[in-house]
Design a protein. Structure first.
Lengths: 359, 565, 260
């Protein structure tokens, strides 16, 4: 929908609130333009009309006018009250949770969103929802403040440790929309986000029943690594490491553990590290990795192992670091991919590290 | 002492004393141990300029990083430190002290006809506290910096950040006392030190604005102090006032923090409004329109400013009923600001407006503050704020108020009183050029950010989706223009100190008390205590400025206005 | 005329020796210092106000933990300190009066009495702190240890049952807090130490001011013409006393009976 020359000024309207918020915005923009043009225009006219004609001349002195003061106190007051009322009405709809609706649970964690559907389906940094249904999110966080924000839905809510906050919306349009963390949460704050996929009901049902993809296991694994599971937020976009251990070139090599022993990084070791990360910690790193038990299927584990293998670099096969593998990044998003027309960051950049940035 | 005063008997006028506050002592200790409010103001001028430059460098790096969507210039940890340092330095060590401690310090005693502030030693202590706090913070930043954002939200700041939160917090804590003591000094000075005849309603509006500001400083800053103290002890001692894992409440921190930090916005912008009232009235050569309304609107802003902190927290999980009250009161605060803007505009009507540099800044201020204020309404409307909060819309909004408002007013004030402070005139060409560049650069930098914000670009993002890049390019381009504009004054103002032509005591022939003493003023400000018989902004014949016959003035008659017995 | 014009810092020689150069006369100077002190006290109210807000919030959040914590404080020592401070306010007022009536010796006696009472207060406070240290109740130390005592927890459990709806998130969270009872008591002690510590700091500063007053009184600086320093120091001292008058019931008394 975005041609190359088209610069959008608004995010898409994709929820039932969106038009209300946009209408209030338009009202305020109109007020702002009116007063700016009025005041700046009057100043410009006075500036020219009453410029100093004789050096240090004394113009007629005017004390003021109580009538004028009253007018320009009362009019702004009345206008600001209309804004207050408008804002309160729009807010009221957002705040009042619907009685029925699809329940989704959200847990924020530095720096990923862990999401679980009422049906038990888990996702990370992605939210798949059906169009035209009320969605209720119950949210909390394991560590610091986060904020679950979907600009296309015009709504957001802070996620507060030690308590639950709620958010609801009703998507009106099928598509792929940005999901951001909008409360500063530390090192990789800007990486803590992903996409919300709004799908037709039947696509959603399909999605619930299992993913299909025509990717190689390594590509699918990379997609999981970078986009879906958020591994990249600690292990780096290309597995180069960060807070978590580097994964480049480790496959098949002995790794030194905190406990002093040395373990060869084979398939079962990688699998164990994903499911039970605290068991063996690589020397020099903190035991901070959450368990992915129950969140990844065996298929996905295989794909992840395949991806980490492909980072090895010594064996045959391409290093999937740059342009080579990247164009395929546009397709892996299964159901979401059909709504992929807008300039989502993945497709637009041929640069390999892009997906890791804005996953 | 007599040789300092030359009596020119032929005109029966005392001519400028040879001794003024600048040449009254040249030793280092005559500056570092001075109790003269004017010298302390100069000390502040130098120190806030340093922090403005440092903060500006950080801003430049932020804009460079955001030129491209990828986080490719610096690491994300470094970026987080950049915006944190930028915020902390600019807010606590530049904006809050800038106008009050430099211009207010220099001018309030002169404007009310006093010899000094009520507590000169406390005034010097304020500067030392500022330097101590600033050094402490600077040391923390050099050691490794801090990455919590200037807001220090818990529990990130108490538990998760492994940067120098404690040292930075203590630096700001110490600096807070500088602010409190400055406010206290101003309040007492304005209450008790006014010259004979200088009634409350003859005070220049600059003084009224500082009175309101001082109230906020004295009432608000202690709450920030106690909040930072709690934060620091929580970090050191692992007790959980704010940490939910230990039974604390992270939202409490936000309440306490914004209880100070929202009024702090008024600490930054109210003095700016005071400066602009001076500029608009004096360069239109008219009594300001609606003097009492402007004076009381400052007080109203200071008072209501304390009741609106919750509008920072509409999306934070606070009670929606509290939100309603805060939203309503935020709308109420808009009214006194609107009153000021309309009165300034009306003052121009039938004036005799000159285009000097300070006036340019004054007019730019009105336009930019207007946009900053109106966009504040967007953020005060709850339903809209939910979408806009923590996006670039907020960033643009407060930069319009802080830079477009407070910084432009500071620069305008500095240009306006520069000849009084140093007795020298700067280059009219370069100063106008720089004002224009700043205005254009500023709008180019920050206007695109409104659009970015509405599109949903979150603030404090090191990397962002590509569809946001176009406006970020505009913004970065604007920032480089703005940087050029802000660097120019450094050169031409410094140059004016060396080569600038003498300004004379009253270069613009204005009636305020500060223009009725010499330039630069003597240490005790006036040869003798003035007796005020005229109203504020009195341009009529009462002011004694004008020749009765020609009705406009050709010769400057400074101190002679006072009865010589 | 010109002979009187002085452009640099100097004291006008025809005035009272205590008049600072930038004031016109003694009334102006006295007015300035007393307005200054009043606004300073307003600032102090805001400073302590933040702490009182924190106290109120957590007290309403964790009433039982606060009752438990409060029972670890020694009410009789608190009462003793309250009486000591009230008497010290009286002696301070007498010191101001003797300055106003130019009675040098009485002034010295009352200032010393005030200092003595202030020191007694701090001594008692130090003993109380030491006692908390002995019982491992220093909240910001790793050795903090509060052993739950059965009946208190039963009370807490009862409160959960009464107030939280079954199966609610609220209940879950309250129940969660139940296991963190020790942490809540720790918060009580942290607030106790923060508030009384800040108060004690103000007392110590007060004693410093008294020392300075004593020096001035011995050198006979204060008289019916010039007593502003004594007066504003008195204001400060009374303010610090009043803060204690609030702290004592809030920390020592409120909530005691909950458990008895």
């Amino acid at each position: 929908m975005n041609n190359s020359w088209y610069i959008p000024l608004f995010p898409e309207q994709a929820s039932t609130f969106a038009w209300q918020v946009d209408a209030l915005y338009a009202y305020l923009v109109a007020i702002s333009i009116f007063f700016t043009v009025l005041v700046v225009g009057v100043i410009a006219v006075f500036f020219v009309q009453y410029r100093e004609r004789v050096k240090f001349a004394i113009p007629e002195q005017i004390e003021g006018s109580t009538m004028l003061e009253a007018i320009w106190s009362i009019i702004p007051f009345v206008i600001s009250i209309t804004i207050f009322v408008g804002g309160a009405i729009v807010y009221y709809d957002q705040y009042r949770l619907p009685t029925e609706g699809m329940e989704v649970y959200v847990v924020g964690k530095q720096w990923m969103w862990k999401i679980q559907h009422a049906t038990g389906q888990r996702e990370i940094n992605e939210l798949h929802i059906p169009v035209g249904q009320k969605i209720k999110l119950t949210m909390t966080t394991e560590d610091v403040l986060h904020d679950f924000s979907i600009p296309a839905f015009r709504t957001k809510a802070d996620v507060v440790p030690g308590r639950y906050t709620y958010l609801w919306f009703e998507p009106t349009q099928v598509g792929k929309y940005h999901l951001f963390c909008q409360e500063y949460c530390g090192l990789n704050h800007s990486g803590m986000g992903g996409y919300v996929y709004v799908m037709e009901q039947k696509d959603f049902d399909n999605w619930l029943s299992g993913n299909t993809a025509n990717q190689t296991p390594a590509e699918a694994g990379k997609d999981l690594f970078v986009n879906k599971l958020g591994c990249a937020s600690c292990h780096g976009a290309e597995g180069k490491g960060g807070r978590g251990a580097t994964l480049v070139g480790i496959f098949g090599k002995p790794q030194k553990m905190v406990s002093g022993q040395t373990i060869v990084a084979d398939e079962s070791y990688i699998r164990e590290s994903i499911l039970n990360p605290q068991a063996n910690i690589v020397e020099g790193y903190q035991p901070i990795m959450p368990t992915f038990k129950g969140q990844v299927t065996e298929d996905q584990l295989v794909q992840l192992v395949a991806y980490i293998k492909s980072l090895g670099g010594t064996a045959a096969g391409s290093t999937p670091t740059s342009a080579g593998s990247s164009p395929t990044q546009t397709s892996p998003n299964t159901q979401g991919s059909k709504n992929f027309g807008n300039a989502g960051s993945n497709g637009a950049s041929p640069n390999g590290s892009t997906p890791g940035r804005m996953n | 002492m007599q040789e300092n005063l030359v009596i020119n008997n032929t005109q029966n006028l005392p001519v400028y004393p040879k001794l003024n506050y600048l040449n009254n002592g040249h030793t280092v200790s005559s500056w570092l141990l001075t109790k003269d409010h004017k010298r302390i103001a100069i000390l502040y001028l130098l120190s806030v300029s340093v922090f403005f430059m440092l903060g500006g460098i950080y801003a430049g790096l932020i804009r460079l990083e955001l030129l491209t969507p990828k986080g490719d210039l610096v690491e994300s940890g470094t970026y987080n430190k950049l915006f944190t340092h930028h915020g902390i330095l600019m807010i606590f060590f530049f904006l809050i002290p800038s106008i009050p401690a430099v211009l207010g310090n220099f001018l309030i005693p002169i404007m009310i006809g006093a010899k000094d502030l009520a507590f000169p030693r406390i005034n010097l202590l304020s500067w030392y506290l500022y330097i101590a706090g600033a050094s402490f913070t600077l040391w923390a930043l050099i050691q490794g910096g801090v990455d919590t954002g200037w807001t220090f939200y818990t529990p990130y700041s108490t538990t998760f950040s492994n940067t120098y939160v404690i040292a930075t917090g203590l630096g700001i804590f110490i600096n807070g006392f500088s602010s409190i003591l400055t406010g206290l000094n101003f309040i007492v000075t304005i209450h008790t030190m006014r010259a004979p005849g200088m009634t409350w309603f003859r005070l220049p509006l600059f003084v009224w604005a500082h009175y309101a500001t001082s109230l906020v400083m004295v009432l608000g800053t202690p709450v920030l102090a106690i909040t930072l103290l709690l934060l620091v002890v929580e970090r050191v001692g692992r007790v959980g006032i704010f940490d939910p894992a230990l039974g604390g409440d992270p939202i409490l921190f936000q309440h306490l923090f914004w209880f100070y930090s929202h009024p702090a916005v008024y600490i930054m912008v109210l003095p700016g409004m005071g400066v602009v009232s001076e500029l608009i009235a004096n360069f239109s050569r008219k009594r300001i329109f609606g003097y009492t309304f402007i004076a009381f609107s400052s007080i109203a802003i200071a008072v209501f400013g304390f009741l609106v902190w919750g509008h920072h927290m509409f999306a934070s999980g606070q009670s929606p009923y509290a939100g309603l009250v805060f939203s309503f009161l935020s709308m109420v605060v808009a009214v006194p600001s609107a009153i000021k803007v309309f009165n300034w505009t009306a003052t121009l009507y039938k004036g005799s407006i000159s285009y000097d540099t300070p006036m340019l800044y004054g007019l730019f201020f009105i336009g930019l503050f207007l946009i900053g204020g109106l966009t504040g309404l967007f953020l005060g409307a709850m339903g809209l704020d939910v979408h806009l909060t923590d996006t670039y819309f907020v960033v643009a909004h407060f930069h319009y108020v802080m830079v477009g408002g407070a910084v432009l007013a500071y620069l305008g004030g500095l240009h306006y009183w520069w000849p009084k402070m140093f007795g020298r005139m700067y280059s009219e060409f370069w100063s106008k050029l720089s004002a224009m560049i700043i205005f254009i650069g500023f709008n180019l930098t920050f206007f695109p950010q409104f659009i970015l914000g509405y599109m949903g670009m979150p603030r404090r993002y090191h990397a962002y989706p590509e569809e946001f890049q176009v406006f970020n390019i505009f913004s970065t381009a604007g920032a480089s223009v703005l940087a050029v504009g802000l660097f120019l004054p450094l050169f031409y103002l410094t140059y004016s100190l060396i080569r600038g032509k003498a300004a004379g005591d009253n270069p613009w022939l204005l009636p305020g008390l500060e223009w009725r003493t010499t330039s630069p003023p003597p240490t005790e400000n006036f040869i003798e205590t003035p007796i005020v018989t005229w109203e504020a902004y009195e341009f009529g014949e009462e002011s004694g400025l004008y020749d009765e016959e020609t009705h406009h003035k050709s010769e400057v008659k400074p101190v002679s206005l006072f009865d010589q017995n | 005329m010109a002979a009187h014009i002085e452009v640099h810092d100097a004291h006008g020689h025809i005035h009272h020796p205590a008049l600072q150069h930038h004031f016109d006369n003694m009334e102006q100077q006295k007015e300035a210092v007393s307005i200054g002190m009043w606004f300073f006290l307003v600032q102090e109210i805001m400073f302590f106000g933040g702490m009182f807000l924190v106290y109120l919030l957590f007290r309403s959040k964790f009433p039982m933990a606060f009752a438990v914590g409060s029972n670890h404080l020694n009410m009789w020592l608190g009462l003793l300190n309250t009486i000591v401070l009230i008497v010290s306010s009286l002696t301070m007022a007498m010191a101001v009066w003797s300055a106003q009536t130019s009675k040098r010796n009485l002034q010295i006696i009352f200032i010393i009495a005030t200092m003595f009472l202030g020191s007694v207060f701090l001594g008692v406070k130090a003993y109380e702190y030491y006692d908390k240290y002995e019982s491992n109740l220093i909240p910001f130390s790793n050795t903090f240890r509060w052993e739950p005592e059965g009946e208190h927890l039963i009370e807490e459990r009862k409160m959960i049952d009464e107030h939280a709806a079954p199966n609610s998130v609220e209940r879950e969270m309250v129940a969660n807090n139940y296991y963190q009872f020790g942490n809540k008591v720790r918060i009580f002690f942290w607030i106790y130490f923060a508030m009384t510590g800040l108060h004690a700091l103000h007392m110590i500063i007060g004693l410093g001011i008294m020392l300075w007053l004593l020096y001035g009184a011995i050198r006979n600086r204060f008289s019916s013409e010039y007593y502003a320093p004594v007066e504003i120091s008195g204001l400060y001292w009374h303010f610090v006393d009043i803060v204690w008058i609030f702290l004592f019931p809030l920390l020592y008394l409120l909530g005691r009976h909950f458990l008895e």
